[in-house]
Design a protein around this ligand. Structure first.
Ligand SMILES: CC(C)(COP(=O)(O)OP(=O)(O)OC[C@H]1O[C@@H](n2cnc3c(N)ncnc32)[C@H](O)[C@@H]1OP(=O)(O)O)[C@@H](O)C(=O)NCCC(=O)NCCS
Length: 152
């Protein structure tokens, strides 16, 4: 299977809405990810994205999800976020997408972090497979970290 990341601007709002408008996707994401997820939500999301930080995940030619790097207050740190459309779960796609976004982050950030709701073991597994280290629970979320300078 070939998983690639492309700039989010290459994804149509209709493609995003089709996969994002499922309560199983938004359940483990922050409240800013609405349900129902309308076409206007997808357009608004795209209007706020920057191509060097938000990527469409493609499996062969199919758009299957989104992965992002959100710069933190410390400029050397970014938070990784991701979601995959339900029809594509369980195929290793999130893991491959996170591995690819780690590659994108090298040279730009010293470390990546990720935060996972306590009831989302699949996402914890994704981060562990991609090489993140578990830091513990902080403010009700599992926290993971990857130090990029140590992984060159
Ligand atoms: C979490 C999510 C990104 C996983 O995507 P995916 O493409 O299915 O992930 P992968 O196939 O790469 O890996 C999933 C791993 O979790 C495991 N897993 C799945 N459900 C699990 C569960 N209930 N308990 C423990 N492990 C579980 C899988 O077995 C797999 O591990 P393995 O390869 O060792 O068998 C996807 O379900 C999703 O988008 N969920 C909604 C949004 C979300 O949670 N985003 C992350 C926010 S932190």
């Amino acid at each position: 299977m070939t998983t690639t990341l492309r700039p989010i601007s290459s994804v149509l709002p209709e493609q995003i809405q089709l996969l994002a408008n499922d309560p199983r996707v938004g359940k483990h994401l922050r409240a800013t990810f609405p349900y129902p997820y309308t076409l206007d939500d997808a357009k608004k999301f795209l209007s706020l994205c920057q191509d060097d930080s938000v990527f469409g995940i493609f499996e062969e030619k199919d758009f299957v999800g989104v992965v992002s790097l959100q710069v933190h207050h410390q400029p050397e740190e970014a938070e990784v976020g991701y979601w995959i459309g339900v029809p594509y779960w369980g195929q290793g796609i999130a893991t491959r997408a996170v591995e690819k976004v780690i590659h994108q982050a090298r040279g730009r950030f010293e470390r990546l972090i990720a935060k996972v709701f306590l009831d989302n073991p699949a996402s914890c597994r994704v981060l562990e497979k991609a090489g993140f280290e578990y830091q513990g629970v902080e403010l009700g979320e599992h926290v993971y970290r990857l130090t990029l300078s140590e992984t060159y």
